[in-house]
Design a protein around this ligand. Sequence first.
Ligand code: SF4
Length: 572
Amino acid sequence: MKIVRLNMTTKQASFEEVPEKYLALGGRALTSQIVADEVPAECHPLGPNNKLVIAPGLLSGTSAPSSGRLSVGGKSPLTGGIKEANAGGVCSQKLANIGIKAIVVEGKADAGTYIMHLTADKAELIAADELAGKGTYELTKILKERFNPKVGVICIGPAGEMQMLSAGVTNNDLEGNSSRYAGRGGLGAVMGSKGLKAIVIEADKTFDAPVQDKERFRAAAKKFADILLKHPVCGEGLPTFGTNVLMNVINEAGTLPTRNFRFGRFDKAADVSGEKLAEVAVARGGKQTHSCHPGCVMRCSNVYPLPDGIECSPVEYETAWAFGPNLEINDLDVVARLNYICNDVGLDTIEVGCTLGVLMEAGVIPFGDGQAAIKLLEEVYQGTPLGRVLGAGTAVAGKVYGVTRVPTVKDQGIPAYDPRSCRGNGVTYATTPQGADHTAGYAVTANILKVGGFVEPTKDDGQVELSRNLQVATAAVDSTGLCLFVAFALLDNPEGLPTVVEMLNAQYGTELTVNDVTALGQQVLTVEREFNIKAGFGKAHDRLPEFFYEEELAPHNTKFDLREELDEVFKF
Ligand code: SF4
């Protein structure tokens, strides 16, 4: 395996041997370690000293089921701390199959727009001013025509080029849709700040990453697929209605943030639910179930055709919530249109949904007005002042308009579970080094879904321990390249984690134990926390916004009240 180092100041790209200390790392563990080693914590995230690090997971490029997550890391311009965001799509597998352990993009071009063309033995930077300002869908189509239809394309949209703080980095799915986002934390702005518009990856193979003991690996991968398929969430819930199966469940639980986190239920939630989405999508010739990369057995994605023929794929729960209940919009076509525009212009849907909620709270546009939201979002393409406020994220919008109910932690928008009635997630939002992030320690499992046990969601007992254990496990899973949704099966089936360890040992010839995986998760979190401390973060940043402590949330009429207890989370 090799590391590709791309210096945008000198326009030089080179292959490097992987240092010994990085050999056992992949995905989030690798991006966070390289960022901690090479990026000065106090640097400006959009300056030449920040780096964008892209890495496939340890199991990516093999036949391990659902193992094609791509990690993207750097110092976040949104939070000011360390960031790892990961995505499905085809590019993680392609990188692993041409022997790329990581891509490190550093420096900054004085001017101009560039793309990098990457093969197993060549990394070439190409001037591409003609691609400046292109939306991600058109850009990906052009690059597939220019190189070949099978290339993988990692890219940014105009929002990333304009260095908007909510800009994400995307890559394409099997059909060439540029919709699989490492969305959170503004890493698209980091890529844009360097002048890099896209990375084009040529790889013929999909499941050909080196494996030391192929027979042993095949047996473990088959066993892991069986474990996933036999689990009610991984094998039934997700493949039937996708992640948006959660809409009715979370609404029923009274923890669906509605009208900018004012209420915990939305009386029209069923209109934007997974069940409704599947019905409309299939009736219009779309797909109820879909895989974001080869080898996923959970297939949580979908293809939603809009009335004018444009296809949005996927419409995920978080996005349906962000543009639905959060804005009191109950029209799936509006939700999918906003989703599609975000994908094309290059913005994180969760952050945009939270920002629109704050702009509605400020009275810029009314709650429930989907057409006004679409019109406002389209301003991002032109980079109008209001479009730039929207692209800058929830915290900036709150400051510009003097809003006090701003749902952020470390300036990143809070996702689709209200922390007052899903307190384990509240602990995760407050404390993860990533800024408010449901995927960093998804306590919905035990708080709401009763997966891996049950912890009463409106009480404080057990929430710190629950979040701590999940954050550690998540940091490890994010390093393997496995989709986080495997966690449902890992939590419920005692054979799950040992089977993941078996795959890793068969692939790398190692003798890891389950305890080593836990140690890896703790190590990742420690590295990330230390970076953030050097960047200026302290205990005060590990708290929720004031209004969650002061306003009761219906229907449970609960407030969030964990404070000093949050400082115990990282005492492993
Ligand atoms: S479960 Fe969904 S997000 Fe995860 S790898 Fe499969 S299709 Fe992609």
